[in-house]
Write a protein that binds this ligand. Structure first.
Ligand code: S3P
Length: 184
């Protein structure tokens, strides 16, 4: 019997994980989930509010809890918040239960996609220069970790449909067996 695996989409804020996840899932005939959405549903607060009221540490606990549960119920495409892969336990859980795909964007691309979006607490209330500097600083730490993913897809200036095509092309054959139709 084929082993059921999850597909974890990781990468920096603005990389397109939440846009790509549902489309990729449809393509692969799988369900999909977004870890942040589940955390928000459970907490009945937005991610920004959780950071505000309870602090980042509490958010990371909730994120870890949800990731654990999702990892135990494959097969599903998972959109993983940008900070989750930085936790060793989260990383081991993902790598032992699925394929990790890094949607890679550079700092300028991330900035142009996110701007000063207030829904992202790590980048909220920052001026343009501060925001750029913060993205660079975070990416410097995160990129080496993200790069350990099974598959890396460069996403600078790339439309979601093309990203999906690249992802599908790089998936192992046994998973591709379930792909129906073609990517437009
Ligand atoms: C975070 C990324 C966000 C969200 C939270 C923290 C991060 O998710 O989990 O604001 O640490 O990079 P997205 O990557 O989906 O924006």
């Amino acid at each position: 019997m084929e082993e059921l695996v999850n597909i974890y989409l990781i990468g920096f804020m603005g990389a397109g994980k939440s846009t790509v996840a549902p489309k990729l899932a449809e393509k692969l005939n799988m369900d999909w989930v977004d870890i942040d959405d589940i955390v928000e549903e459970r907490a009945r607060f937005s991610v920004a509010e959780i950071f505000d009221y309870y602090g980042e540490l509490r958010f990371r606990e909730l994120e870890k809890e949800v990731l654990k549960e999702v990892s135990e119920d494959p097969p599903v495409v998972v959109s993983v918040g940008g900070g989750a892969p930085m936790d060793n336990e989260n990383w081991s859980r993902m790598s032992s239960t699925g394929i990790i795909i890094y949607l890679e964007v550079g700092p300028e691309e991330a900035y142009s996609r996110i701007g000063s979006d207030g829904s992202r607490p790590l980048l909220a209330n920052l001026g343009e220069d501060e925001c750029r500097a913060k993205i660079k600083q975070l990416l410097l730490k995160r990129h080496p970790v993200y790069q350990q993913a099974d598959i890396q897809v460069k996403c600078n200036s790339t439309e979601p449909q093309k990203v999906i095509r690249k992802v599908v092309e790089s998936l192992p054959d046994d998973l591709l067996g379930s792909v129906e139709g073609s990517v437009e």
